[in-house]
Ligand binder design. Structure first.
Ligand code: SF4
Length: 493
């Protein structure tokens, strides 16, 4: 008899479709079951009867929303916990805590064992194609998953490394080869052809079958210059978890250049990999890789100075490549940097002290404000970079210490037309800079000591004796006022 199955993704923000739930959907539909997919807590869904409920989980900092969702559906099943299955990243990182909070014992690891979901057949769910159809069921209130036009899958699983800030090695053993062309065929047969290929491999370069994997990708129709459909849209391949710069040899880069990789993603997590990273990016340029999108981890063991240096390296590489394009049209490698803030693996929210003593709350907040203005990524142009982040690591830190309103409203309108960078600044920012630069090392320390907690109330209560420091603190207390007066033409500052 057909069963009623409910799939749930908690209502946290996410770009990528929930691959695990999509595979579970295929499995149940193969058995003739009736599958419904919802995002978040749906009262309508809760009022129905379900034979089974599957709930996915993602990052640990979505803890609150995830626990709320599990409890919500647990009530719907009259607390029949054995019919609720919870899996995914959070469930794997915090299984005991999740059990204590919800009474549900999470499903750990991949769906590669029939016992994990109490199956009465031999089907390995992890090997099944994802069901794209379910995604349409949650297209409400302007919400839509991206990458629906892409084959989603893996050509390898897991990773050979054990980076301290990453959980992959804890629950995915390394599997060096999956025949991706077969997976693509299965998806095409069931859900039609897709334009692009999105591979979620954690470390494909570590596979000894790397050449074979690239050949499989090409055989599946993803070779350089490949197009899709009648309108001949360009096909692209994206290894969205990034490639390991330490494993990128010339031979591998040459092979990678046979597929339409866009963007090529490499992590620059630690300044100690500076040489390796630069070598990898230069190799990419040599083999005419057009776009690169590189993760810059911060607030782990780094400093604001080396974070700045890593960003600046990308800016300098962009300049270097601009001088030697691939062709007469000026085509060259362009690197976009994506700063990514580190959160401890078991952090249950985003307000957490990582123990990094170089980044304080004020610096982190200041950087967040800069990145918000830039919508998360750092543009490749040098002028833009030095304007946004300062011309030296010291200046960068002084920008981070400014009031948020100053950071957001630093430059005059049409600043691009003003050649000299300092002349682009609003008068109150110029004044802030001058006042800050006039501080002695001791005074700077005193200022930072007051701002580190990033709490205006604390500032009110502090006993500040130094007049120069008081002046800068007053800017924090009156920032909104100063900015709006300047905007209205009352340039008090
Ligand atoms: S190389 Fe990447 S996937 Fe592998 S452990 Fe390190 S961060 Fe994780």
């Amino acid at each position: 008899m057909s069963k009623k199955i409910l799939l749930v993704e908690p209502a946290y923000k996410t770009k990528y479709p929930p691959l695990g739930l999509m595979k579970i959907s295929t499995y149940h539909k193969m058995r003739g079951d009736d599958v419904t997919f919802v995002k978040g807590c749906s009262t309508r869904a809760r009022n129905e009867f379900w034979d089974r409920v599957y709930i996915s989980t993602l990052f640990t900092y979505t803890w609150k929303e995830t626990v709320k969702t599990i409890k919500f559906y647990k009530e719907a099943l009259f607390y029949a916990s054995s019919n609720i299955y919870v899996g995914g990243i959070l469930a794997n990182i915090l299984p005991d805590e999740l059990y204590n909070a919800t009474g549900i014992l999470p499903v750990e690891g991949l769906l590669d064992d029939t016992k994990k979901l109490d199956q009465d057949d031999n089907i390995i769910i992890d090997d099944l194609p994802p069901d794209y159809e379910i995604l349409k069921q949650v297209e409400i209130n302007n919400f839509k998953y991206t990458h629906q036009d892409a084959y989603l899958g893996y050509a390898t699983r897991g990773c050979i490394r054990t980076c301290a800030f990453c959980a992959v090695h804890k629950f995915e053993p390394f599997k060096p080869y999956i025949k991706i062309s077969d997976k693509i065929k299965d998806i095409s047969n069931m859900y039609g052809e897709k334009q692009n290929l999105l591979l979620m491999d954690n470390n494909v370069l570590a596979s000894k079958h790397f050449e074979k994997i690239i050949n499989d990708i090409k055989d599946a129709g993803f070779y350089k210059g490949a197009t899709f459909g009648k309108t001949k849209k360009r096909r692209i391949v994206d290894f969205n978890q990034g490639l390991d710069a330490r494993l990128l040899t010339e031979k591998k880069m040459k092979k990678l250049s046979e597929i339409p990789l866009e963007p090529m993603r490499i992590a620059f997590d630690d300044i100690k990999y500076k040489k390796t990273y630069i070598k990898a990016v230069r190799l990419a340029h040599k083999y005419e890789q057009r776009y690169m999108s590189n993760y810059i981890l911060f607030n782990f063991r780094d400093t604001p100075e080396d974070f700045y240096e890593r960003l600046e390296i990308n800016i300098k590489l962009n300049e270097e490549f601009a001088k030697k394009p691939f062709n007469s049209n000026g085509a060259r490698t362009i690197i976009y940097s994506f700063p990514m803030r580190y959160f401890p693996l078991n952090a249950k929210n985003r307000v957490v002290d990582t123990g990094n003593k170089y980044w304080n709350k004020r610096y982190l907040r200041g950087l967040q404000v800069i990145l918000n203005v830039m919508k998360g990524s750092v543009m490749p142009g040098a002028d833009f970079f030095y304007q946004a982040f300062g011309e030296t690591p010291e200046e960068f830190k002084s920008i981070l210490l400014m009031p948020d309103e100053f950071i957001m409203n630093r430059v005059k309108p049409n600043w691009q037309k003003i050649k000299e960078r300092t002349k682009r600044l609003r008068p109150y920012v110029e004044k802030w800079r001058a006042d800050y630069q006039s501080l002695s090392i001791k005074e700077r320390k005193a200022l930072i000591g007051i701002l580190v907690h990033n709490k205006i109330n604390n500032i009110h209560g502090s006993m500040i004796k130094n007049k120069k420091v008081i002046k800068l603190i007053e800017c924090h207390l009156n920032a909104e006022d100063i900015v709006s007066k300047n905007r209205n033409g009352q340039k008090k500052y």
